[in-house]
Design a protein around this ligand. Structure first.
Ligand code: FPP
Length: 237
């Protein structure tokens, strides 16, 4: 493949800095989340255009329940509106929508919209847009461990069969390619319990730009940087 065309198969994004961006502009924090939806729309469209296989967005973490009720309610409202209003766009761009996280812990109406968006886009063959919702990386590993223990107890699997490959199949999304590139906006140098198993060899790219201002030009800079990296996966390259 031409080096210039080389794009990551899977990009994961920690969309941080919504609140800070809003406060800097003199607005309430929730205004940042609202503006953040525009970034979600633009980056999704751009990634689909660039033939990225999967884009995974950290939209609501397990830890986000600690926020004030008003902010949580607003985020759920935004998410619901997004799921409904973007169905046409998802269809037009041949995107397959999926979700990871403890989806059963989300409000019923949100679960219903997620299920409907997944069902409606099930046959699409383009980019996978994966929303991480009520997601925690440690919880994902714990859930996998419980499912494996159940299968061992029921005689479906022997302990000796548990290796990295089989373990991976018990994570929230079977057959998901590991992220090649993890983007974090808002400048903090943390992984914040996101895709802990899957990002083992991801290239990290952090920008001080807050998510509501993150646009395709910034994505381009991240992709150019990614192209220059030499990925050795522990070997000598
Ligand atoms: C982190 O910013 C962002 C979130 C907790 C929520 C992200 C949600 C959206 C971008 C909108 C809804 C999503 C979709 C997919 C429609 P922060 O508030 O923690 O920022 P701060 O660090 O400045 O406080």
């Amino acid at each position: 493949m031409n080096k210039k065309e080389h794009v990551p198969a899977h990009i994961a994004v920690i969309m941080d800095g919504n609140g800070r961006w809003a406060r800097q502009q003199g607005f309430a924090r929730i205004r940042g989340h609202k503006q953040g939806v525009d970034s979600v729309r633009e980056i999704t469209r751009e990634c689909a255009k660039k033939n990225i296989q999967q884009l995974t967005l950290y939209a609501f973490s397990q830890e986000n329940w600690k926020r004030p009720q008003r902010e949580i309610k607003f985020l759920m409202k935004l998410l619901k509106e997004f799921l409904i209003s973007e169905r046409k766009e998802v269809e037009e761009n041949n995107i397959r929508l999926t979700a990871i996280g403890r989806i059963q812990g989300l409000p019923d109406d949100i679960q219903k919209e997620i299920a409907l968006s997944i069902e409606k886009s099930r046959k699409n063959t383009g980019m996978i847009l994966c929303l991480a919702l009520n997601y925690g990386g440690r919880a994902e590993i714990v859930d996998a461990a419980q499912a494996i223990a159940r299968d061992v107890k029921n005689g479906k699997m022997n302990i000796g069969e548990i290796d990295e490959e089989t373990f991976k199949h018990y994570l929230y999304m079977k057959n998901m390619p590991d992220p090649d590139l993890l983007i974090r906006t808002g400048g903090d140098m943390r992984v914040s319990n996101f895709l802990l198993w899957e990002i083992s060899y991801a290239e990290l790219w952090v920008t001080p730009v807050c998510w509501p201002e993150f646009r395709k030009e910034h994505l381009e800079i991240a992709l150019n940087d990614y192209r220059r990296r030499e990925r050795r996966f522990g070997g000598l390259g």
